[in-house]
Write a protein that binds this ligand. Structure first.
Ligand code: DSN
Length: 480
């Protein structure tokens, strides 16, 4: 509360957001309404808890604390030290790690900075690394480049060679990787993906890495919540370094973590190298409010209920995949072991961009994605779907069947619109989807589906939000 003696220039410090900045408040309200009214199926997203949002929006944002607990470059860090140590402890606990064998840095701002810091720790400039190629499901930060451009720091500062999926099975081609590694002689092999619906054979990867004296790093950003629950193979048994984001299946705030192995012959100094790589090599002061949010999310991931959540995420993804297959659609690897499904649209002659656009128009949030065999990640032939967020809204298999039916109708509508557009261009597709025209039915199908999706979505809670008091905010129009 401002007092009678608060100078005018400081009164602004006490006013609530809605009062001081109604424009930003309105944008937040619209986004809340969108999340409440739609179906979130982006595999890299989730809906974090109220506690995490409270921590993330806390007064901890005011504090600088470059360095590590008990070794900071600024004063006043006694509570921040307590927080960071607690977060580290929970991170090890969530993945059932012995602190004598593993350590963790909880400061990375995101998955990308965590990965670049890990590369900085493990490699010298221009050292060689191998990661799963982006068109096969790998991540940009795993060494991606195109014929025309080295577009990520991981390919600009290091030499990289992608490994691939076996085109006949669409599983990782471990034999091919072993053969490539014999010639390329990498210093680091990265496993982990952004779009791979199957589990990993870490023992085989370790064997290949050892043949070349290479480090093995797993980026478990997508599956970390499932690994914490013991519902995926355990990368910590085989890897030197494990990175993750904290906001996907792990359901925390947006940030990253780097776990490093202690005491193995080759990695005696990994702790110092990783910590120095995060700060000062790649980052400045940690975001302590985010670290508080991570700590809170990790506490949830250590509770007995976490395994039930992770199991339900996987059961929902399996149901989603099976429902799509039962309607004649093609999935990469025909199914899933984790939270995501990769849907190959190429047999339908429909691009991922068009289905993503159509789904946006009806309140289903998905993303276009390359599928195995796509010549380029720029024109993806598929869609990636994930069930983490819908599971956080309490949906189970029977509900996911309804979602699968919405997706089926979205495809049918997209095919109708593509036909009515009479051209392959996305702008023509959007025009016929959004403007009712005599003799054309696609735009009406969009309206009908949007209404049904909205009614269904609003039956569910939204984590961190009291939906009973939600009202449609100014600036959102809805068809009646
Ligand atoms: N990790 C990416 C994704 O999977 O969506 C974003 O970088």
């Amino acid at each position: 509360m401002a007092t009678a003696t608060t100078p005018d220039f400081n009164k602004v410090l006490y006013a609530p957001l809605a009062e001081i900045d109604p424009e930003v408040q309105n944008i937040i309200d619209k986004e809340t309404w969108r999340q409440f009214s739609g179906l979130e199926l982006i595999a890299s997203e989730n809906l974090t808890s109220r506690a995490t949002m409270e921590a993330n929006g806390s007064i901890l944002t005011n504090k600088y604390s470059e360095g590590l607990p008990n070794a900071r470059y600024y004063g006043g860090n006694e509570y921040v030290d307590e927080l960071e140590i607690l977060c580290q402890k929970r991170a090890l606990q969530a993945f059932r790690l012995d602190g004598a064998k593993w350590g963790v840095n909880v400061q990375p701002y995101s998955g990308s900075t965590a990965n670049f810091a890990a590369l900085t720790a493990l490699l010298q400039p221009q050292d060689r690394l191998m990661g799963l190629g982006l068109p096969d499901g790998g991540h940009l930060t795993h060494g991606y480049y195109t014929a025309k451009k080295k577009m990520t720091a991981s390919s600009i500062y290091f030499q990289s060679l992608p490994y691939a999926l076996d085109p006949s099975t669409q599983f990782i081609d471990y034999e091919g990787l072993a053969k490539q590694a014999k010639i390329f002689k990498p210093r680091l092999i990265i496993c982990g993906a952004s779009a791979y619906p199957r589990d990993w054979d870490y023992a085989t990867l370790r064997k290949i890495a050892d043949e070349h004296g290479a480090y093995l790093m797993a980026d478990i950003a997508h599956i970390s919540g499932l690994v914490a629950a013991g519902e995926q193979a355990n990368p910590f048994e085989y890897c030197d370094v494990v990175t993750t984001t904290t906001h996907k299946t792990l359901r925390g705030p947006r940030a990253g973590l780097i776990f490093f192995k202690r005491n193995s012959d080759k990695s005696l100094d990994l702790e110092k190298r990783v910590n120095d790589a995060v700060f000062p090599a790649c980052q400045g002061g940690p975001h302590n409010n985010t670290i508080a949010g991570i700590a809170t999310a990790l506490l949830q991931a250590t509770q007995p209920t976490w395994q039930a959540y992770a199991k339900q995420v996987i059961a929902n993804a399996r149901t989603l995949g099976a429902e799509l297959v039962s309607r004649g659609y093609k999935l990469q690897t025909s199914g899933t072991d984790n939270h995501l499904v990769l849907w190959d649209l190429r047999p339908l002659k429909l691009t991922g961009s068009k289905l993503e656009k159509l789904c946006d128009l009806v309140g289903i949030t998905i993303n276009k994605n390359a599928v195995s065999g796509d010549a380029s990640a720029q024109v993806p032939g598929g869609i990636r779907l994930g069930t983490s967020a819908l599971t956080s809204r309490d949906m189970k298999e029977e509900d996911i069947k309804i979602v699968a039916d919405f997706l089926h109708r979205a495809v049918q509508t997209a095919l109708t619109l593509q036909n009515e557009a009479g051209s392959k261009l996305l702008k023509d597709f959007v025009r016929v989807a959004t403007v009712q025209q005599e003799g054309k039915v696609g735009a009406q199908q969009v309206v009908d589906l949007r209404k049904e999706v909205r009614t269904f979505a609003r039956r569910w809670p939204l984590p961190g939000v009291d939906v009973s008091s939600l009202q449609r905010p100014a600036g959102i129009e809805e068809d009646e």
